[in-house]
Design a protein. Structure first.
Length: 50
């Protein structure tokens, strides 16, 4: 569980950092959509659901 959580944090941190640091709506939308797609795929796998 700790491994999955740390992996998610390490993957999510650069994404949000890119969204906040780099300018441009297209880049932010791409990063957010990519993160949401990974989150949806993980939920469909049944890891987030209790």
């Amino acid at each position: 569980m700790l491994g999955i959580a740390s992996l998610t944090f390490m993957f999510g941190l650069p994404t949000y950092a890119a969204v906040y640091v780099l300018p441009g709506d297209q880049l932010a939308q791409y990063a957010v959509s990519l993160d949401l797609r990974v989150y949806r795929r993980r939920r469909r796998a049944g890891r987030v659901r209790r």
